[in-house]
Design a protein around this ligand. Structure first.
Ligand code: S3P
Length: 180
């Protein structure tokens, strides 16, 4: 039985999951959920504060609980935190309950998007060189998880609205193939 009722966006921090997800949800007339925002509201704490006060392991546990909670909801477009697919069996859960989409961006483009970031705890205080290393290393470690997604879309040189329009077509094509 096909249990894929959501659309879940995965990819590195800075790949544009939240911006694009918002546009996609409007086009698909589905609610939009951003897992980081959802966690912030539920825990009444910023992601940075959760990392600082409880550590990354605790954040990853909360992240999985949230994923299990969200997949029970009505069909939604869900933008995930960059690490979510890479812990526990999260990517397999996502693939079971959603059409998954990897927003792929080159390390150079990710650097452009992240170099002025002040909010993400894993990037805090990094020099330009350290950020480049972090992006290259984590992309290498995470790629195999992201690449399990049903659809991969190149996310550069397009606005979130253009990407969302392109993706609606890809998702319909994917769904049509699945039901054949
Ligand atoms: C993380 C990415 C963040 C957030 C947390 C951890 C990661 O989400 O979940 O800071 O491990 O890469 P974004 O991908 O929205 O930045």
């Amino acid at each position: 039985m096909n249990r894929k009722k959501h659309v879940i966006l995965v990819g590195m921090p800075g790949s544009g999951k939240s911006n694009m997800g918002f546009f996609l949800s409007k086009l698909m007339r589905m609610p939009f959920i951003d897992t980081d925002y959802y966690i912030t509201v539920k825990e009444q704490k910023s992601i940075a504060k959760i990392f600082a006060e409880h550590g990354e392991d605790c954040f990853r546990k909360i992240e999985q609980q949230i994923l299990l909670e969200i997949i029970e909801k009505d069909p939604s477009v869900i933008a995930t935190g960059g690490g979510m697919p890479c812990f526990y069996n999260n990517m397999d859960i996502m693939n079971e309950f959603a059409v998954t989409v990897y927003l792929e961006l080159t390390p150079e483009k990710l650097f452009e998007h992240l170099k002025t970031d002040t909010k993400r705890p894993l990037l805090k205080g990094k020099t330009g060189e350290e950020l480049t290393d972090y992006i290259n290393i984590s992309l290498e470690q995470r790629k195999s998880f992201y690449e399990k997604a049903d659809i991969t879309i190149q996310a550069y040189d397009k606005t979130p609205a253009q990407l969302a329009t392109e993706l609606v077509k890809n998702i319909s094509g994917f769904m049509a193939n699945m039901t054949q």
